[in-house]
Design a protein around this ligand. Structure first.
Ligand SMILES: NC(=O)c1ccc[n+]([C@@H]2O[C@H](COP(=O)([O-])OP(=O)(O)OC[C@H]3O[C@@H](n4cnc5c(N)ncnc54)[C@H](OP(=O)(O)O)[C@@H]3O)[C@@H](O)[C@H]2O)c1
Length: 295
């Protein structure tokens, strides 16, 4: 297959490209905003907000697009709704229209922040009700894809952790290691419940969906429900860092620009059943990342 991965400079995009290349079955193309090099893939920089996406998809004669590019920081989305709308709604819509015009399959990355976090343990059947603009932007794209009626999958994930060199954005694990490694305090919420996801597991699930051009909605996440504070503590323990530097606070005390769903844990039974998805246990996942970081 000829597959294009957008947002290939991000943690998830990078892991997807790496696995696609190592599977040695596909011709892999990768785009990002900043210049990057990914072995085995044809990479090019492109600002998707003003790129000729139709031309791109037509020229490359793609079988599938895995759309990871996004304004993925909930706080950035809340503060700059204009850019968030442009990137997370309009770009996705243009990619989807081009996929329709050139009969290209689309896998779209969405989020647990599409839920309000009151109930927790969300399945694909549960009603969505985003409380942040980031969640709202992903909801609008999910709904646009449903009405467009093209072959596509929506993959929702939760608190992805992992390591790659020169990441464009830190994640919870790299932040904890960075702050505590420098003996700096780091504030973590005790009341936000997530299902942390090892980036490699997610990449594998996304690739299974794409290779089989599966249509539908999937929750692809970890299988441990844990507070962000407890997850950070587990990371600190595994990396032999000073746990007392973690300042345990409530979401209200953190007071970040974007409202956070309290319990956005995802149920992954559908992915287990349909995709044979089997996530790495949390402790093992953190240990894997530790060894990747040579720490
Ligand atoms: N990470 C999580 O915990 C999580 C959870 C739920 C859902 N998701 C979703 O999963 C997807 C991937 O997440 P991620 O964590 O890998 O994100 P990320 O690290 O923030 O990467 C986003 C990518 O989008 C690219 N991008 C941003 N603006 C662009 C533009 N105007 N033109 C072209 N490319 C642009 C960035 O390129 P540069 O690096 O070159 O700037 C970057 O490679 C996103 O859709 C996100 O919403 C992530």
């Amino acid at each position: 297959m000829k597959i294009l991965v957008t947002g290939a400079n991000g943690l998830i995009g990078k892991k997807i490209v790496k696995q696609l290349v190592s599977n040695n079955k596909h011709e892999v193309f990768a785009t990002s905003l900043k210049k990057m090099q990914l072995e085995g893939a044809q990479t090019f920089t492109s600002n998707l907000q003003n790129a000729d996406i139709n031309n791109l998809i037509e020229q490359l004669k793609l079988d599938a697009v895995i759309h990871c590019a996004a304004l993925s920081s909930p706080d950035a989305c809340e503060v700059d709704r204009f850019v968030c709308k442009k990137m997370n709604i309009e770009v996705t819509s243009r990619i989807a229209s081009a996929c329709r015009d050139y009969s290209t399959y689309l896998a779209f990355l969405s989020t647990d922040f599409i839920f309000d976090g009151i109930k927790g343990d969300y399945t694909e059947e549960d009603a969505i009700n985003p409380i942040s603009y980031y969640g709202e932007s992903k909801m609008q794209s999910e709904e646009m894809l449903k009405t467009l009626g093209i072959p596509h999958a929506v993959i929702r994930t939760s608190l992805v952790y992992g390591y790659e060199e020169k990441l464009s954005r830190p994640n919870i694990l790299t932040r904890v290691v960075q702050y505590l490694g420098k003996q700096q305090k780091y504030r973590v919420p005790t009341d936000q419940i997530r299902t942390p996801t090892l980036a490699e597991d997610l990449a594998k699930g996304v690739i299974t969906v794409t290779e089989n051009k599966i249509n539908g909605l999937y929750h692809i996440a970890g299988d441990t429900k844990i507070s962000v504070a407890d997850f950070a503590t587990t990371i600190a323990k595994t990396f032999n860092l000073e746990e007392s530097l973690l300042q345990k606070v409530t979401t209200r005390e953190l007071s970040e620009p974007a409202p956070r769903p309290l319990n956005s844990s995802l149920i992954i039974d559908k992915a287990r059943k349909d995709l044979n998805y089997n996530p790495t246990p949390l402790a093992e996942g953190i240990a894997i990342v530790k060894s990747q970081m040579n720490l």
